[in-house]
Design a protein around this ligand. Structure first.
Ligand SMILES: [Zn+2]
Length: 283
């Protein structure tokens, strides 16, 4: 929608500029800009309706938190949320060996809404909560296979010990990964009222955009928890899609309830692949 709107504005400018004798340079600059905003997928393709989006083959989205070995003191929750570096390396290799190619939220959005083509076996690797080892351990491992990921950041944690720095986030973004928002301080969306929406949705989006210099159009719900009251607020804040965890998609707002699967630290690599196929109904 936004891109069509920009295109209309630009077209109007081109037309009016044509009537001015002194506007040759301006006209060229406008043409160049129009060229830059042109997107063959979005330009002349109407957005898909709800039924079409719901009927599309799902893209598996994996969700990681810590990439580290567990400590003897770790409880069951911590063990679930911690995938060892060795397991992570094994999982990346297994995805590659099984023909998977990573895609990013922008591609998923264009696929769901405008029918853009995806690789035969697409997968999204997503990372929550800003953990430093996502940069120092996961990112180098992914690079071996040309994989890219999406990193959902809670902005309060940036530059804190054991969390990623601004520079690391910028490096991820500059190298083709996607850096997106995961609230300010991880409070659950279902509890927001008043100024919380601005503090947890609007400001983190701006903060991430300031760091990367790119749009942060996607959001991940803390704990995967959402309710319908959040949808208009997410739209108002400018988010185009939101990611949950294991809950089913909302039949009225599938773009704001994109399903993900937590890769449990206790699962073997074959078990992860099997669970992924079952969860997302893959062939
Ligand atoms: Zn989280």
């Amino acid at each position: 929608m936004k891109s069509n709107f920009v295109f209309i504005i630009l077209s109007a400018f081109v037309l009016s500029a044509c009537h001015s004798a002194t506007s040759a340079n301006k006209n060229n600059a406008v043409k160049e800009n129009a060229e830059k905003t042109k997107d063959s997928v979005l330009q002349n393709t109407p957005a898909a309706d709800l039924a079409t989006i719901l009927a599309k083959k799902q893209v598996p989205v994996l969700c990681y938190h810590h990439i580290r070995d567990t400590k003897p003191t770790d409880g069951p929750m911590s063990r679930t949320y911690s995938v060892s570096p060795a397991h992570f390396a094994e999982q990346m290799k297994a995805l590659k060996d099984n023909g998977y190619e990573t895609i990013l939220p922008d591609q998923l959005y264009k696929y769901l809404l405008y029918g853009a083509t995806l690789p035969a076996k697409p997968v999204i690797l997503s990372f929550d909560d800003t953990d430093e080892e996502q940069f120092s351990v996961a990112y180098p491992e992914m690079k071996k296979y040309g994989f890219k990921g999406v990193f959902f950041i809670m902005t309060v944690s940036i530059n804190r010990p054991h969390y990623m720095t601004k520079e690391q986030l910028k490096t991820l973004s500059d190298n083709g990964n996607s850096v997106q928002a995961h609230t300010w301080d991880h409070h659950m969306v279902t509890k927001y009222q008043g100024e919380d929406w601005q503090k947890q949705l609007e400001q983190p989006k701006k903060k991430v955009e300031e760091i990367t210099g790119k749009p942060a159009d996607y959001f991940a719900y803390p704990f995967g928890l959402w309710n319908r009251a959040a949808f208009p607020e997410l739209k108002k804040a400018g988010y185009k899609m939101a990611f949950s965890l294991s809950t089913k998609r909302d039949s009225t707002q599938p773009l704001y309830t994109i399903r993900r699967m937590i890769v449990a630290g206790q699962s073997s690599t074959p078990a992860v692949l099997k669970e992924m196929k079952e969860t997302f109904h893959l062939d």
